[in-house]
Design a protein around this ligand. Structure first.
Ligand SMILES: Cc1ncc(C[n+]2csc(CCOP(=O)(O)OP(=O)(O)O)c2C)c(N)n1
Ligand SMILES: [Mg+2]
Length: 380
């Protein structure tokens, strides 16, 4: 234990708690003894990952305003949930079916920033070569499945993926993430039901940021919480403070292990908040559907600041200089990767017709010929 105090010794995380499970209070003091693994070095590493993601958001929003990319959905405020989850699974072994706000999860899983930026810019270095919506990336090495914008559409295939894992007898698990809004979709219920009935090894993680664009949680569901819905599908539902990275890691690691041991699926609800806009399609959230006071309340519960306060409490503070260095390193890293990605140029129009059919069907051959004529005409 890093603490030798009179704090309660942490017990195995329990499902269906009335309050979110928490290890560290908002003022940075532990509310239960921290497991020995949370050394100051480890906490600093987690802090650096979260800060890197926060600054990545800042830089990508600038790129958006400059017109160098056309879509971005920031995850500011949700870093503890996504970094914590990344650190609770076996990267490159387990299979992750993410949703569109999960770039912080991807970065923390080791998806190269160059690939991510290339995808956002649709450059030649984009592994999907500009054929996906910006900010909808995939990463083969990390088993990070391609993101879909259709809410909850990843849930049934994730359940199917987990059923296949069970059938094949591997010790991989499937991890499926989604927002609070996704839990109102038919696809969500179909996937949860199927995974439950098949006892499939799927860890479902709800990143409950309390808003689905302009619909708040009360408008979304009459349930008091999301995690209690797990009961209906015969799986445990864990409720965790999604702005407490220690709690997220402890609960997700426990739930992942439980799933891996063949007990069936589990649901974890991480209670967090989206402090920024939904996406660039929603630039003025405070004016249109929520109050500045509400946002301020959650800014005061910043997950990054919480780790800083914890480190201070443990006698290993991060000084202002170190923080500034981490920020400027990330800015430089983003700038360098943008220059590198842009230097690879834009994909050729012909790639639109490649990689799907061995033999191009007739109607696509006609379209390709029409486009070629158009391109040649405009080149004159
Ligand atoms: C099937 C479908 N319906 C509606 C939309 C429009 N839409 C895009 S994001 C969104 C809100 C989703 O909220 P939530 O699941 O809570 O995720 P968050 O954006 O808050 O992270 C909606 C309704 C969509 N993309 N797909
Ligand atoms: Mg939401």
């Amino acid at each position: 234990m890093t603490q030798t105090s009179s704090l309660p010794i942490p017990s195995t995380p329990q499902p269906f708690t009335p309050q979110p499970i928490r290890y560290v209070a908002e003022d940075g003091t532990p509310v239960q003894d921290l497991p020995a693994a949370y050394t100051p070095e480890r906490l600093r590493e987690l802090h650096a990952l979260m800060l890197r993601a926060r600054e990545f958001d800042r830089k990508l929003i600038t790129l958006l305003r400059q017109g160098r990319t056309t879509f971005y959905a920031q995850s500011s405020g949700m870093e503890a949930t996504q970094v914590g989850l990344a650190r609770s699974i076996r990267v490159g072994h387990d299979w992750v079916w993410p949703y569109y706000r999960d770039h912080t999860l991807g970065l923390a899983m080791g998806v190269p920033m160059f690939e991510l930026i290339s995808q956002c810019l649709g450059s030649n270095s984009d592994p999907s070569r500009g054929r996906q919506m910006p900010h909808h990336f995939a990463a083969r090495k990390q088993h990070f499945v391609s993101i879909s914008s259709s809410i909850a559409s990843q849930v049934p295939p994730a359940a199917g993926n987990a059923m296949a894992q069970k059938y094949l007898g591997t010790d991989e698990i499937t991890v499926c993430t989604f927002g609070d809004g996704a839990t109102s979709e038919g696809d969500w219920h179909a996937g949860m039901n199927m995974a439950g009935a098949a006892h499939a090894p799927c860890l479902f993680v709800c990143e409950n940021n309390q808003w689905a664009i302009s619909t708040n949680l009360a408008g979304q569901t009459a349930s008091e919480t999301i995690h209690i819905k797990a009961k209906a599908y015969g799986m445990p539902g864990f409720y965790v403070d999604g702005n407490d990275i220690v709690a997220v890691m402890e609960v997700c690691a426990h739930a992942a292990q439980w799933v891996r041991e063949g007990n069936g699926p589990a649901l974890v609800e991480c209670l967090t908040y989206r402090v920024g806009s939904h996406s660039n399609a929603d630039a003025d959230a405070e004016k249109n559907y929520r109050t500045r006071e509400e946002v301020q309340e959650w800014l005061d519960r910043d997950p990054i600041v919480r780790v800083e306060k914890l480190l201070e409490h443990l006698g290993h503070p991060i000084d202002a200089e170190e923080r500034a260095r981490l920020i400027s390193e990330t800015h430089r890293e983003v700038d360098e990767q943008v220059i590198r990605a842009e230097a690879t140029g834009q994909p050729d129009w012909r790639i639109m017709f490649e990689d799907v059919y061995a033999d191009l069907p007739g109607h696509l051959r006609i379209q390709a010929a029409e486009l070629r004529a158009e391109q040649e005409g405009s080149a004159k």
